[in-house]
Design a protein around this ligand. Structure first.
Ligand SMILES: CC(C)(COP(=O)(O)OP(=O)(O)OC[C@H]1O[C@@H](n2cnc3c(N)ncnc32)[C@H](O)[C@@H]1OP(=O)(O)O)[C@@H](O)C(=O)NCCC(=O)NCCS
Length: 239
């Protein structure tokens, strides 16, 4: 069984020029007006291509400009190599100076990754977007635990919504998350999806950890999702 591969890149890793983009991506870039959106978009694509060239056999020796990270109708990314689809699922997230991407080659599984800062959220945000059980959970914690708990549950919802391919097009209260412990882990720790719409698979796995002080959540949907290992990949592993 193939693992879920993931990686991170920072804005400092981003090349200054854009020759690594495919012609289709160059066109998309020229339509992005706002510097923040351009930077986020570039960092997401750079991180995704960095990962694909490390873990996908057909992408290993190819030029990054031969790969296109296409935005599908839902907003979810799809991978093309020389304009042909690469089977598997890519998911990505970008936040400030950090990008992360994950890839799974098994087409029967779907994944979603999300990066989130640990920061306090307004009470109105919690009441609008969290389920009664999630509200009860965050309210039962000490004020010091609140930013982590609120950010983690929110990030986990976004990861599940990405794995479902719907993003924020559905009510976030349709997905419900439970977290057994709010101590920051050194490695991936499980979360529990207590409610998940649109999902018929027998298994759903949800993990969290931190990287460079940011929260990362990873949702895996599909049979045998709980059996999968999660492997970090960087070019240093190849040395
Ligand atoms: C998907 C969503 C949960 C993203 O969360 P976020 O915290 O805002 O942003 P992140 O950096 O974590 O993730 C963004 C990435 O999620 C991916 N994504 C977007 N919609 C997705 C979907 N329906 N399913 C899976 N992944 C999706 C994209 O790869 C996107 O990056 P890109 O636009 O640079 O290609 C949410 O923003 C959403 O539903 N967006 C849809 C609306 C939209 O696309 N607006 C336009 C943005 S300019």
């Amino acid at each position: 069984m193939q693992p879920v591969y993931w990686t991170t890149q920072t804005i400092a890793n981003l090349p200054l020029e854009t020759s690594w983009l495919s012609p289709e991506e160059q066109t998309t870039l020229s339509s992005l007006r706002f510097p923040k959106r351009r930077n986020d978009w570039l960092l997401g694509r750079w991180t995704a291509k960095y990962l694909l060239r490390l873990v996908v056999e057909t992408c290993k020796n190819c030029s990054p400009s031969a790969i296109t990270i296409q935005r599908t109708e839902s907003g979810a990314p799809a991978v093309l190599l020389n304009n042909l689809p690469v089977p598997g699922t890519l998911t990505l997230s970008h936040r400030e100076e950090l990008g992360c991407a994950a890839w799974i080659s098994d087409p029967s599984l779907r994944i979603g990754i999300d990066l989130e800062a640990i920061e306090t959220k307004p009470r109105s945000f919690i009441s609008d977007y969290f389920t009664p059980a999630e509200i009860q959970l965050v309210q039962s914690l000490t004020p010091a635990q609140f930013p982590l708990a609120a950010s983690l549950l929110w990030s986990a919802k976004e990861a599940v919504l990405k794995a479902l391919g719907v993003g924020l097009s559905i009510d976030t209260r349709q997905v419900e998350i439970h977290c057994p412990s709010f101590s920051i882990p050194d490695d991936w720790q499980p979360l529990i999806i207590t409610q998940c719409p649109l999902e018929s698979s027998t298994e759903q796995a949800l993990w969290w950890r931190t990287i460079k002080g940011e929260l990362v959540t990873l949702a895996i949907l599909g049979d045998e999702a709980k059996m999968l290992s999660i492997e970090y990949r960087t070019s240093m592993d190849l040395d």
